[in-house]
Design a protein around this ligand. Structure first.
Ligand code: BMA
Length: 340
């Protein structure tokens, strides 16, 4: 019999618990809603191709608002609001697009606007919407403010192409607004954070989280999912990682924690993904094998996360999780904070 000599020390990620529980369907961190998908093309009051990647927010009157990315039958996207008392069903959908691309004023939006992330900013008493504007130069990041999701103050492009997956932090950091975004540079598709005194002029750009390399699930390309959740331990960040395979890309979700006052400092980063395409509506659609959350709301208990995600670029789905459980999982499932 041949004995295989094992290396004296294995890479640390081999010995963490991540391999057990990441693939372990017994202990999911997020539970899919039994009524999924919660919104799809057939629910729309006007003809569309698909509805997905919605930003989410709990309004002052208790309603949940989803600002959905709606792709029309030309293939171009706009945003449309859907409101519900319980955040699950009974959606009241705007009869017409809520926010359309405005190419005359903003030529950077000529091919539509996509993937909104909504942050309520108490200091301004307004919602800040960071969304992708799409044109010949590629995708860029645009910003708009609103109080009611009916009228909008548009700032235009704040991060030029190629850039997307952006959200504003809800408060100033060291006296400046902070925007997380995902430029694509020759260095790769990593998450960055930038700062501004006025939401118009941005600087002090820093890499916040790098895509890993090689065989990792989040190799090559990562991006912010929903806006970060402020916890006592740090900013809890859900991000998507893209695995390129011979039969296409797989979009899965990972978890990381960042310092509250220095949000470019990563405190913890989970090794394995925590949620990936499994259900039929996630595995098949216009773009197969995609789960893509752009928003969440937090329950009255201060712990339950209602995660709204686009499934397969075709419909909207909901999964619930717990902030406490996510933080506890990070404590035992991260072997490093950086890229490898
Ligand atoms: C990303 C974004 C998302 C989309 C995903 C999968 O690059 O464009 O809007 O859901 O690809 O197609």
């Amino acid at each position: 019999m041949t004995t295989i000599a094992l290396p004296a020390s294995w890479p640390e990620y081999v010995v963490t618990k991540q391999h057990k529980s990441a693939a372990d369907p017994e202990t999911p961190l997020f539970t899919r809603h039994s009524g999924n998908p919660i919104l799809s093309r057939k629910d729309w009051p006007y003809p569309i191709n698909s509805v997905f990647n919605a930003g989410a927010v709990k309004l002052a009157d208790g309603d949940t608002l989803l600002l959905c990315r709606v792709e029309d039958r030309r293939g171009l996207s706009h945003l449309c609001a859907a409101r519900s008392a319980n955040g699950v069903d009974g959606w009241r959908i705007d009869a017409e697009p809520t926010l359309m691309a405005s190419p005359r004023e903003f030529p950077e939006e000529i091919w539509g606007i996509e993937d909104p992330r909504i942050t309520y900013v108490p200091e301004m008493q307004q919602y800040a919407i960071a969304y992708t504007s799409f044109a010949r130069g590629g995708p860029g990041v645009s910003l708009a403010l609103t109080r009611d999701f009916r009228s909008f103050e548009r700032y235009g492009v704040v991060m030029p192409p190629e850039d997307k997956d952006a959200a504003l932090l809800p408060r100033k950091i060291g006296g400046r607004w902070a925007l997380i975004h995902r430029p694509v540079t020759t260095l790769g598709a990593h998450m960055w954070i930038s700062y501004s005194p006025d939401l118009r002029h941005w600087g002090s750009h820093k890499v916040m989280l790098e895509a890993r390399r090689g065989g990792w699930w989040d190799a090559n390309k990562i991006g912010l999912c929903s806006p970060p959740i402020e916890t006592a331990k740090g900013w809890l960040v859900l991000y998507h990682g893209v695995r390129h395979t011979a039969s296409g890309s797989i979009y899965r979700l990972g978890l990381a924690l960042f310092d509250l006052e220095q949000p470019d400092v990563c405190l913890q980063r989970g090794d394995s993904w925590i949620f990936g395409p499994e259900a039929p509506y996630e595995r098949g659609g216009d773009v197969s094998d995609v789960v893509f959350p752009c928003g969440q709301t937090i329950g009255a208990d201060g712990d339950t996360i209602y995660l709204y995600y686009g499934a397969a670029d075709s419909c909207m789905a909901l999964a619930t999780g717990s902030i406490r459980a996510l933080l506890a999982w990070l404590d035992s499932h991260c072997s490093s904070t950086g890229a490898r």
